[in-house]
Design a protein around this ligand. Structure first.
Ligand code: ADP
Ligand code: MN
Length: 831
């Protein structure tokens, strides 16, 4: 019994503890190992619904008393059930049964206690863990608190700062508000003031109107007054002049008066002396008068005597005259007689000699007559013979006459054939040019100059000329950075080509201008590449450029065409286009600055016949090469010249020489109107290289603009665009009729051989290739009477006959075998 008590007490103490448990460890049950509890319950159920049943079964087995109890606890309910378990079915005296039951129960209690102890251990461990985490939490908390307090401090400070700022902002706001108020007030005031001012302005405007009206009236009056004033002044000046004249007269009169007074005093003196003289004289006179009377009387007597004597004298004179005349006539007769006698004696002598001579001659003549008679006989015979030959000659003469007539007819036929042949030549010439393309491009490479300072050797090793048969004289190769670029054009002139050789190639084109075509020859290229050298040339016969050579040819040919009845008249004009402004290079007033001329408006106009006029431009009639050469020299000096890094004497403008040619043929009634334009373009270099700024930059930009306008026009024409942008630059607009369909264009592309220019050179060559690829329609001559199709009838298939046409043209131009050429052409026509 005693042994059964302790478990009870221990159970009660356990209950006490267990009662206090939940308060002390509220989390204990939650942490309990669930798996054990579930297994305990499942075991209990499997053993008969309650744990005691299994205990009972175990007890029934007897041998299993010492086996460890399998009771396990999952929670309070299990414990409560255990505590509520009662002794069942055993009588009070069945101690053994009760004891077994008790021991069983004790075992269960022990198990229960053990479970509790395990639980407690778990709780303790957990508690430890929790404590540790609490400590950590506390530490973190304190840390956070510290941070928080810091943050609070900071916030406080920030708050303070903000409040301070807020306060200052409020102050400034208040200030602003007050200022605004003031401003509003002043605005109001101003507004009022403005309104007042406006009203006054209106009033003033009315006043002003009135006043201006008055002023106008006054000014009119003033003008009138000024007019009158002026007139008065004029009147005044005339009066003053009159006055001064009068004063001058007065002073002169005063002088004369004083002179006269002096004279008067002198006169007075002389008068007194004269008076004295007079009195003495009158005395003398008296006495004289007496003697005079006597003298008169004597004189009267003497006169009578003289009368008598005169009569006598006259008689005597008459007698003398008569006798003198008689004497003279006698003398004359005498001398005549003397002469007569002299002459007669001489005549007598000469006659006697003559008679003897005549006798001699008579004898001789008789002899001669005899010989003559003999001659005569011979001559008459001869005459008979001559008559016969004369008749023969007459018939010969008639024959000759007929021959001459025939030959004359032949001649006129031949002449007309020549004219016809010339026409054919022109047509063929034109066809050749057509075959060559109407925009033709020649490339010219200038030689290296002394100052070029290039390491490429004298010929500029980077440029070479292919020698293969198909590209000889037409190709050019350029080696740039080891890369070879090949180009080909209608003609390529190497550095050693002379001006003469170059001109030979363009002379036919120049000839076209005389035939009535519009011809344009450009020189394109960078500054210093030889444009001006090519077009104008230098002094010296061999260096003459294309312009003087063309003019020489034109004047020469026009003179030689005179024999065919052609009469030509030519007009020259020269201008330059600088920064898109036209300058007249032949304007008569030439004060070395252009300001005087820029006031003129040079406007370009085209009439429907394709003639271009530039208003106010000087046009000069030229009759020979001499006229043109002096004009060219004058213009070349005037051309504006600028400085860039590339060439000191570079021309920065486009130079345009225009020769208008009108010709008429009396024989055929034909009229032609040709134009020859020779253009030295400004340098084509791009902006970067010339290092330009300011005015130079503007120059370069306008040059680039007009050159690209030129290429745009050429390409648009070649593409057959509806709109050709002629108006984009002065240059293209000026040349519009000469760039259009019915003209012939040649472009020289000039190139420098220096290695430093290679970039520009490539640009120029590329541009030229693009131009060379262009075809600009069919050129047409400008003729008036007898218009004809400038193409021959076989023009539709020109390439098939190209070589034949060329051969014919060669003969035709050489004026050999014109008839043959014409026949050939006719046979081709029939072909
Ligand atoms: P651009 O007019 O293109 O600026 P220039 O005609 O003034 O160039 O030429 C520059 C220089 O080169 C000049 O001194 C000129 O005499 C010289 N020159 C150009 N081409 C030739 C050439 N084919 N033969 C000899 N000298 C030349
Ligand atoms: Mn030049």
């Amino acid at each position: 019994m005693a042994s059964s008590l302790p478990p009870r007490s221990s159970a009660s103490s356990y209950l006490k503890k267990e009662n206090a448990g939940p308060a002390r460890r509220p989390m204990g049950f939650k942490v309990a190992p669930r798996r054990n509890v579930l297994s305990a319950i499942s075991n209990g159920e499997a053993n008969g619904g309650t744990p005691s049943a299994s205990v009972d079964g175990g007890g029934g087995g007897g041998g299993a008393a010492e086996a460890p109890p399998v009771v396990e606890f999952s929670g309070r309910e299990d414990v409560d059930r255990l505590l509520a378990e009662k002794m069942k079915g055993k009588s009070k005296n069945d101690f053994k049964g009760r004891c077994d039951q008790m021991s069983e129960y004790i075992k269960k209690l022990r198990a229960c206690i053990r479970w509790y102890m395990d639980l407690e251990d778990g709780y303790l461990a957990e508690q430890e863990k929790l404590r540790g985490s609490i400590d950590a939490e506390n530490a973190r908390h304190t840390e956070l608190e510290a941070q928080l307090s810091n943050a609070i401090e900071e916030l406080k400070a920030a708050n303070m700062d903000l409040t301070r700022r807020c306060r200052s902002l409020e102050e400034s706001f208040n200030k602003e508000v007050s200022e605004k108020m003031i401003a509003v007030e002043s605005y109001e005031k101003e507004k009022q003031g403005r309104e007042a001012a406006e009203s006054t302005r209106d009033i003033l405007a009315v006043d002003l109107e009135r006043v201006t009206h008055d002023a106008k009236r006054f000014s009119e009056q003033l003008k009138m007054v000024q007019d009158t004033n002026k007139r008065l002044q004029e009147y005044n000046t005339s009066l003053q002049q009159y006055n001064s004249n009068l004063q001058a007269d007065a002073s002169k009169s005063g002088e004369t008066i004083s002179k006269l007074q002096k004279e008067k005093s002198v006169m007075m003196e002389t008068m007194t002396t004269l008076r004295e003289c007079n009195s003495s004289m009158s005395n003398q006179l008296e006495s004289s008068r007496v003697s005079q009377q006597e003298a008169i009387r004597v004189k009267e007597e003497l006169r009578k005597e003289v009368e008598c004597l005169r009569v006598e004298l006259k008689q005597v004179r008459d007698d003398r005259d008569h006798s003198v005349s008689q004497l003279n006539s006698l003398n004359l007769e005498l001398s005549n007689c003397k002469e007569h006698i002299g002459k007669s004696s001489k005549e007598h002598e000469s006659l006697s000699t003559k008679v003897s001579e005549l006798e001699e001659t008579c004898n001789r003549q008789q002899e001669q007559i005899q010989t003559f008679q003999k001659h005569l006989a011979v001559a008459t015979e001869k005459l008979k013979l001559a008559d016969v030959t004369a008749i023969e000659a007459m018939t010969g003469y008639e024959e000759q006459k007929q021959k001459i007539k025939y030959l004359e007819e032949r001649l006129s036929q031949a002449e007309s054939q020549i004219v016809e042949g010339d026409e054919v030549r022109k047509k063929l010439h034109n066809t050749i040019l057509e075959l060559k393309g109407n925009i033709r491009v020649f490339c010219r490479v200038r030689p290296l100059l002394g100052h070029d300072g290039d390491s490429n050797g004298p010929e500029g090793a980077s440029i070479s000329f292919p020698t293969s048969v198909e590209s000889a004289g037409r190709g050019i190769d350029l080696i740039n950075q080891g890369q070879k670029l090949s180009f080909s054009y209608d003609k390529v002139f190497a550095h050693d080509a002379s001006q003469e050789e170059v001109f030979v190639e363009i002379s036919q084109l120049v000839q076209s201008a005389l035939d009535g075509y519009k011809v344009c020859i450009f020189a394109y290229g960078q500054t210093g590449s030889g444009k001006t050298y090519t077009m104008m040339g230098k002094s010296g016969v061999h260096h003459k450029g294309m312009i003087p050579r063309s003019l020489e040819q034109i004047f020469m040919t026009s003179r030689s065409l005179e024999s065919q009845g052609w009469k030509y008249s030519m007009q020259a004009s020269m201008l330059e286009i600088y920064n898109e402004t036209i300058r007249d290079l032949l304007a008569p007033v030439r004060s070395n600055c252009f300001e005087m001329n820029t006031s003129k408006q040079y406007t370009i106009k085209h009439d429907p016949h394709g003639n271009t006029t530039v208003s106010e431009l000087t046009i000069i009639d030229v009759f020979g090469i001499g006229d043109v050469t002096s004009l060219l020299e004058k213009a070349a000096q005037i051309r504006s010249v600028g400085k860039t890094q590339m060439n000191e004497q570079s021309s920065r403008s486009h130079f345009v020489f225009t020769l208008k040619i009108s010709g008429s043929n009396e024989n055929t009634g034909q009229n032609v109107q040709g134009v020859l334009n020779l253009i030295d373009l400004a340098g084509s270099e791009r902006l970067g290289k010339s290092g330009s700024t300011g005015d130079r930059l503007k120059e370069t930009q306008s040059i680039n603009k007009s050159l690209s306008a030129l290429s745009d026009v050429i390409f648009a024409i070649a593409k057959g665009d509806d709109h050709i942008p002629f108006r984009n630059s002065k240059l293209t607009y000026l040349l519009q009729p000469c760039l259009g369909g019915d003209s012939k264009t040649l472009m020289f592309v000039n190139i420098s051989p220096e290695a430093s220019s290679v970039g520009e050179t490539i640009c120029s060559l590329r541009f030229a290739s693009r131009v060379n690829a262009c075809e600009i329609g069919i050129p047409r001559r400008q003729t008036q009477a007898r218009p004809f199709d400038s193409r021959l009838s076989y023009g539709t298939q020109p390439r098939a006959y190209g070589n034949i046409v060329l051969a014919i043209c060669y003969y035709a131009t050489k004026k050999l075998a014109v008839g043959t050429a014409t026949n050939l052409v006719n046979s081709i026509r029939g072909h």
